[in-house]
Design a protein. Structure first.
Length: 241
């Protein structure tokens, strides 16, 4: 049986947040105060939709947005890691689960020809309508701990279920992420699975809090990483190569 590699995108594959990186499209490199003040701390995608509408009103074109997004840096060592995974597709399947959107992810992966690494890219659908980017929520769900548009645990469970129907079963899952919304799927992993947690980010703090408390549940193995090079080293040992 294969292993399943699951990657977050922002602050994991790329070294930054794609939703804030896109602000570089504006000549001033920052949003006007009136627009920033519309964000109340919830419903991030609705806020981003206001930003994209503003971009359209300012005459910012799709090509300009694409150029800016393709300047976004990959996390150190990540490109080599993706090349390695591509060479090991007989042993692993690989997916992205991200609260970014299809346009941003596809544009950025295009820079390194990395799209073929991934069996599936699970994220918010996006396309251009009347000269501005329109994003929609990936799905609806009943998880009280996740944003309305995406529960990564449900997305992962649904992918695994679909794979089982197609006759594909995984011996283990190796989940790589950094953010608070990666905790939900990690808590659903089994003891034989692995959570690759980026050092210095929100997920690491939440994992430590979970381990320090009485969670009442068994967690997967936890591996802390700083760069793609460390993930690559770990995968080489796992895949005996």
């Amino acid at each position: 049986m294969k292993s399943l590699l699951v990657f977050d995108f922002d602050h994991t594959i790329v070294d930054g947040n794609s939703d804030t990186w896109v602000i570089k499209c504006i000549p001033e490199k920052k949003l006007p105060d009136w627009l920033r003040e519309t964000y109340d701390g919830t419903h991030w995608n609705e806020y981003m939709q206001k930003i994209f509408a503003y971009f359209g009103d300012q005459g910012i074109k799709e090509s300009e947005m694409k150029n800016v997004m393709q300047s976004m840096p990959y996390t150190k060592g990540m490109v080599d890691l993706l090349k390695f995974i591509c060479q090991k597709k007989d042993q692993v399947d690989c997916i992205i689960i991200s609260d970014s959107n299809t346009c941003f992810i596809n544009w950025i992966l295009e820079v390194t020809n990395s799209s073929s690494v991934f069996n599936s890219i699970i994220t918010n659908p996006a396309n251009f309508e009347q000269n501005h980017l329109v994003i929609k929520g990936f799905h609806s769900h009943s998880c009280p701990n996740c944003p309305d548009n995406l529960c990564k645990k449900k997305a992962l469970d649904d992918f695994i279920t679909d794979q089982l129907k197609a006759g594909v079963q995984y011996q283990r899952i190796i989940y790589t992420g950094d953010g608070a919304n990666d905790l939900c799927p990690i808590k659903g992993l089994k003891e034989c699975d692995v959570a690759m947690v980026r050092k210095g980010y929100k997920l690491e703090k939440l994992i430590h809090e979970l381990l320090d408390g009485d969670s009442g549940s068994m967690l997967p193995s936890i591996v802390i990483w700083l760069s793609g090079e460390e993930i690559l080293s770990y995968l080489r040992k796992c895949l005996k190569t």
